[in-house]
Each structure stands twice: as structure tokens, then as C-alpha cells.
Design a protein around this ligand. Sequence first.
Ligand code: INI
Length: 158
Amino acid sequence: MPTFEGARRAAGLRFAIVVARFNDFVTARLLTGAQDALAAAGVAAGDVDVVWVPGAFEIASAAQRVATTRRPAAVVCLGCVVRGGTPHFEYVCQAATQGITSATLTTGVPMAFGVLTTDSVEQALERAVPGPSNKGYEAAMAAVEMATLARALDEARS
Ligand code: INI
């Protein structure tokens, strides 16, 4: 039975990270986590584009643009949306989630979702601590797995 699975190493593949500046005291930590994960997977720092955007709302359009222009093996999307008691939270979260889903399906480039959606700044900071539980690290590892899975499936094309 043919079985396909991604790998934990992605040396030689190129990646892009799209990161929102809003709440950058959190997103900068997610970025470090994502860069650490890609380095642990054997990806050279020079093979990782970093694309800054204003906020989570803008992540999807930049992810779609970098996917089509730079053709990375996968895109890691990072942001931090903190609930503020207004419907704005729901709109920004929905735009990021649906937009990134649409961008990955439209381009065929795998995209990992590392956008925190939390009730408080404290919760966000808990998810951005150094190490493998950092959500940027987790998203980058998902990107590595999906990029190498896509490569395996492409190579087995019939
Ligand atoms: N953007 C975020 O990334 N996080 C937030 O918590 C946030 N809040 O709370 O408003 C936020 N808003 C900005 C939004 O993403 C856009 O950048 C802005 O609306 C301009 O299009």
C-alpha cells in the first residue's frame, strides 16, 4: 500500500515566513521560534525569506504574493490577535484564517497557521516561550512536514 508522509528535515528547500508587526513583542518571539525550527530541520538561514506585514489581516495577501513570486516550498504565517471586547477580534481572526486557507489552496503552496488568537496578552506570551512549544516553532515544523510531503507526492506523480 503506497503510504506518504512528510519528513522532519528539509535541507535545500526554501521557505517564507510572513509575520505581522501588530503585537510585535509577541510576534518577534514567534519569528525566532520559526527560524529556530527551520534551522533544526537543516534549512539554511539564507533560504528563508522573512516578510513583515502591518497586522494579521494582511498576512494572507502577502502569503499569496510571496508564494507566487518566490515559489517557496512552504509559507509560515505568524501573527497575534488579542481579544479586546469588540467584534474586531472576530473579523481579524476570520480574515486571517479564511484568507490563509484560500491562499494555500489557490497557490498549491503549503502554508502553516501560526496566528495566535488569545483572550489576553499573558496567554499569547505563554505560547511564544522559547523551545518546541513556541507556536512559531510548531508552525514551522508543520511547514517542513507539509513541504516534504508535497515533494514526496510530486515525485510519485503517476
Ligand atoms: N492585528 C493583529 O495582528 N492583531 C490584533 O490584535 C489586531 N487588533 O486587535 O486590532 C490587529 N488589527 C490590525 C489589522 O490586522 C489590520 O492590520 C488593520 O485593520 C489594517 O488593515
